[in-house]
Design a protein around this ligand. Structure first.
Ligand code: 5RP
Length: 227
């Protein structure tokens, strides 16, 4: 069995080859997009590619800078192509994201891109979304009320706690994350909308109907799934 980090590297490399000179590129967050950003930086250096990156987190901002990718903002540019990882992908190319708590900006960037390409290793491909708890970014003051509302929708919310940091994870936007297990996500689109109508919720990690293409890293090579 091929190590999952190698599979992530394979898909990151393939996605970096999709980028064309002059494009504005959405830069996702996580260990898979790490490889994408690194390989894209190599192309900037070796081929003189003139591109601009729009990062989705502090992590991707720092990595883009280190990799020699010029950065811009959504205020200044529209995005031609975004490349991002995912925690789960189903057969409709609906996703759960937010394992890195970056899903609010990721959704802004990924959904506004002309083309959104997802890169994952094979372990992320599922029949049905929901084994991975849905990350919900909430305003800290809303914690009790949002928890109650989410439980009424059948979710089991848990505040994500820091590692090497006491207390809750604080997102790049200064908020909490509620990791919320749903036993059965019958309709990802409906749940995505319902969660976002709860006062205090900034954004949730269900990305329905946004992805155009998924590159899946498998032991036998990369598989491309298109809409
Ligand atoms: C961050 C994300 C990541 O894209 C997702 O968690 C996948 O991460 P990795 O590539 O490290 O498995 O949504 O918020």
């Amino acid at each position: 069995m091929v190590d999952s980090n190698i599979l992530k590297e394979n898909v990151g490399k393939e996605a970096s080859e999709l980028i064309k000179d002059g494009q504005v590129v959405g830069l996702g967050t996580g260990s898979t997009t790490h490889h994408f950003i690194r390989y894209l930086g190599e192309r900037v250096k070796n081929e003189g590619l003139e591109i601009l990156g729009i990062p989705t987190s502090f992590q991707s901002t720092l990595l883009a800078r280190e990799s020699g990718i010029k950065i811009t903002t959504l205020d200044e540019h529209d995005i031609d192509i975004a490349v991002d990882g995912a925690d789960e992908v189903d057969s409709n190319l609906d996703l759960i994201k937010g394992g890195g708590a970056a899903h609010t900006i990721e959704k802004l960037v990924d959904s506004s891109a002309d083309e959104f390409v997802v890169i994952v290793d094979g372990s992320k491909v599922v029949e049905k979304l929901g084994a991975f708890p849905v990350p919900i970014e909430i305003i800290p003051e809303s914690l009790r009320l949002v928890k109650n509302a989410v439980m009424e929708l059948g979710g089991k919310p848990e505040v994500r706690m820091g590692i090497q940091k006491d207390g809750p994870v604080i997102t790049d936007n200064g908020n909490f994350v509620l990791d919320t297990k749903f036993d059965n996500i019958e309709n990802p689109y409906e749940l995505e909308i319902e969660l976002n109508t709860i006062p205090g919720v900034l954004e949730n990690g269900i990305f329905s109907g946004i992805a155009d293409k998924v590159i899946v890293g498998r032991d036998s090579g990369n598989e491309v799934i298109e809409k």
